[in-house]
Design a protein around this ligand. Structure first.
Ligand SMILES: *Cc1c(COP(=O)(O)O)cnc(C)c1O
Length: 494
């Protein structure tokens, strides 16, 4: 199967090439030329398999340049019991009548990014071999917290790769910082940047587009690559858990094959919910795709009006991983809605760049609204939802609360009472501060102590690796000015 650029369909690459390159040279995102389907018989077979086997099978449908043995080995390693603290990997939990929660945070860094970042490094490393690449890939990441740690954890000691993470010095939580500076692995590097997330991100982009640095690094045997969610190798592993959730609902007797299930996803870059759409496209009976935002509600407006407009205030919220005004993966959805019209996608993206705004055609809007419902949840409602679910004996994080609330709004507004699943994207222990406040506790001063506090108050066990942060020695303490990030990279890749 070939992969096309959303901005130029004549570009056709193998899966290995698409994963190695990440982003197409024309700025477009790689998308499969066609979508494989899963028959009823295949879905029934998958019901009898464990998560690792489901993953290898579904990924195999898209990655025909990888062998079944390779994919099975990647899944066994990436989703092993050593890395995931739940045997189901992505367990489904019933939270009331026809409502379920898909827990995606049982991996090594307690955020859903692990689901993809335990797989991408292995896919990338194998892709280098398949394409005859002799250089080492150096992954550069600017992170506002979750991605950097999950990427390092995935890339640690993966052959023919190195990874360097930049985070804003005062822009991540104490826990997130500790998670990063204690990262193990011979091929990892971490450095804080004096500035905010945008400064770190701009620095990384500047390095990527610096021909001089690229040449210098090529001479030293390196090329730069990215691990962010535009890489196909990050989207594909996410399709798996939607198929898997449907199988688990069948196994639990909650649905019979063919019954449609609604999915509500807390959304930032549009990667997670796009994966759910792809599962629907493969034939999984998905009903409504419910797109949940926090008060950065650019996607809610887009789904309701057909106008995407990033010219609006940026809000810092208690669900920071969704504080985004440009959802990069939406480009793949535009490609779908336009029937694969690359010129149209190119034009929308040019308008977005130039004016921060574009409007899709009435036909595209109609299709969009048939597939999606958009809603948002403010800060007070986020807290109230955490409190309400906790009273019901379920402790969730701030991002998950946004999804739970928007699902509730959707049901009230539409009367659609079909079985519904909301995605849980982070452990509540990653956001102890907000979660403690939401359930009426005053967080103690020390952020690592808050893990113990939340555990003592709720009786819910903290993820083992977060609990183990207490007293762990930092390995990295480098700090750089934002205009000196180049030097850090050049020193790292000596
Ligand atoms: C990244 C992230 C999201 C947003 O996911 P997208 O794929 O970017 O839409 C939501 N919740 C958490 C906890 C995240 O880390």
């Amino acid at each position: 199967m070939k992969y096309l650029s959303t901005r130029d369909k004549t570009l056709r690459l193998s899966a290995a090439e698409a994963i190695k390159m990440g982003l197409s040279r024309d700025g477009g995102l790689f998308t499969p030329e066609s979508f494989p389907t899963l028959t009823e018989g295949e879905v029934r077979d998958l019901c009898a398999k464990d998560y690792q086997a489901r993953s290898a099978y579904i990924m195999g449908k898209y990655l025909d340049d990888f062998t079944a043995e390779e994919l099975a080995a990647f899944a066994a390693f990436g989703y092993s019991a050593e890395k995931f603290d739940h045997p189901a990997v992505a367990p489904l939990r019933q939270v009331g009548g026809s409502t379920y929660c898909l827990e995606l945070w049982h991996g090594p860094t307690s955020a859903f990014k692990d689901m993809a970042l335990q797989m991408l490094p292995q896919l990338l490393s194998a892709s280098l071999k398949k394409t005859g690449e002799e250089k080492t890939a150096c992954i550069l990441v600017a992170t506002s917290g979750d991605t950097g740690k999950a990427a390092m954890e995935g890339f640690a000691d993966v052959p023919q790769t190195k990874i360097m993470v930049f985070y804003p010095k005062d822009g991540v939580s104490e826990i997130q910082k500790l998670q990063m500076v204690t990262q193990e692995g011979e091929n990892v590097g971490v450095c804080s940047v004096v500035g905010n997330f945008d400064d770190a991100q701009s620095g990384v982009k500047r390095i990527f587009s610096d021909e001089g640095i690229r040449e210098e690094l090529a001479g030293r045997g390196y090329f730069l690559s990215s691990a962010n969610s535009i890489n196909w190798g990050r989207i594909l592993p996410q399709v798996v858990y939607y198929v898997s959730a449907y199988c688990d609902l069948m196994n639990a007797g909650a649905v019979s094959y063919g019954d449609e299930v609604n999915f509500c996803v807390p959304t930032g870059n549009f990667g997670n919910i796009l994966a759910c759409y792809y599962a629907k496209k493969m034939g999984i009976p998905v009903g409504k795709l419910i797109c949940a935002s926090n008060c950065n509600d650019v996607l809610t407006d887009f789904i309701r009006t057909g106008v995407y407009d990033r010219n609006r205030p940026f809000h810092t919220t208690m669900s920071p991983s969704m504080d985004i005004l440009i959802s990069s993966n939406l480009e793949r959805m535009l490609f779908e809605l336009s029937g694969g019209d690359d010129a149209m996608v190119r034009s929308y993206m040019e308008q977005l760049k130039a004016a921060g705004r574009y409007e899709i055609t009435p036909a595209m809007k109609e299709q969009l609204q048939q597939l999606f419902y958009g809603g948002f949840c403010g800060e007070e409602d986020t807290k109230a939802t955490i409190a309400a679910l906790y009273a019901d004996h379920y402790l969730i994080d701030t991002h998950t609360a946004v999804a739970a609330k928007v699902l509730e709004d959707y049901r009230r507004e539409t009367g659609d009472e079909r079985v519904a699943v909301f995605a849980s994207t982070a452990s509540p222990y990653k956001f102890c501060d907000s979660v403690l406040s939401a359930i009426g506790e005053t967080p103690v001063a020390d952020s690592v102590e808050r893990i113990g506090q939340l555990q003592a108050v709720t009786g819910v066990a903290a993820p083992r690796r977060l609990a183990a942060l207490k007293g762990k020695k930092p390995r990295f303490d480098a700090v750089t000015e934002k205009d000196k990030m180049e030097d850090v990279v050049l020193r790292f890749l000596k």
